[in-house]
Design a protein around this ligand. Structure first.
Ligand code: ATP
Length: 257
């Protein structure tokens, strides 16, 4: 279980997050949504232990994340940042293998088990044909799959995703989210993802947190959060809400004022 308890973050005088409190149960997927600059990425960085909150704390299984060793955090959590994987002249295979490092002792080389794990995940994510290709020669969609594969071999309990669908066409967007969704359902993975696309967020999240100007504006099920008056207030737009005919989750149609 992951607990975010009264987290506040200031950058000098700038108040970016104010008194954020919520809990994420094992095996659930929480979508964090909100307008530009509302504090979504900052919150995700605090949850991953990358940023220290000004006050409050993040606890993973009742332990403050900042009191855990880096390697312990890496065994528990995988993070896919907004910037994705850096361009580098390393093969896809070696990049994914790096995800095993938290499980390999400093005096050990990778074991047969680690290599097998990488091969399995390359097959599962449909990128085994790319395994000898260099990372900096891949397309955005291929690189994003490599990032997911690297996170998968890490075998985390928690996956943090910051805008995993940026730069992807609709086919690849669905593909990545389906991949994460299957992984979540099969292993009881806990997922926290920042998404700008409210329709995708509503389809793939069990619960939504709507941030606005650094505070939680709404938290709840998709139907509780995706409501016309709430979105109109926060996004200053006039959305029409319809039910997805197949998935039965609220979806947004945008209209001009
Ligand atoms: N290191 C920093 N120093 C100063 N201000 C920062 C820093 N990091 C973020 N901010 C500010 O905090 C606010 C929230 O930023 P954040 O990136 O968390 O928002 P966001 O909701 O993820 O935005 P977007 O949807 O545009 O990605 C912004 O006003 C940003 O300028």
């Amino acid at each position: 279980m992951l607990t975010v308890d009264s987290v506040t973050k200031h950058f000098s005088e700038k108040k970016v997050l104010q008194d954020i409190t919520f809990q994420v149960d094992k095996g659930t997927c929480v979508g964090i949504i909100g307008p530009n600059g509302s504090g979504k990425s900052t919150l995700l960085k605090i949850i991953s232990g990358l940023l220290t909150p000004t006050s409050g704390e993040v606890k993973c299984n009742h332990k403050n994340i900042l009191h855990l060793k880096q390697k312990t955090i890496a065994k528990k959590m995988a993070v896919l940042s907004q910037d994705g994987l850096p361009s580098s002249p390393i093969s896809v295979f070696d990049t994914v293998l790096m995800g095993r490092y938290p499980h390999i002792k400093w005096y050990q080389r990778e074991r047969a088990h680690d290599i097998e794990k990488v091969q399995d995940v390359l097959n599962l994510t449909g990128i085994s044909h790319l395994q000898n290709q260099l990372l900096d020669t891949l397309s955005g969609g291929e690189k994003q799959r490599v990032a997911i594969a690297k996170a998968m071999v890490q075998e985390p309990q928690i996956l943090l995703l910051d805008e995993p669908t940026t730069y992807l066409d609709i086919g690849h967007q669905l593909n990545i989210l389906e991949l994460v969704n299957h992984w979540q359902k099969e292993t009881g993975l806990t997922v926290i993802m920042v998404l700008h696309d409210l329709n995708l967020a509503a389809q793939y999240s069990d619960e939504l947190i709507l941030l606005n100007q650094g505070v939680i504006e709404e938290i709840g099920t998709n139907e509780e959060v995706i409501q016309k008056d709430i979105l109109e207030r926060v996004y200053e737009t006039v959305p029409e809400i319809v039910m997805h005919p197949k998935n039965h989750v609220p979806q947004i149609l945008l209209t001009s004022r």
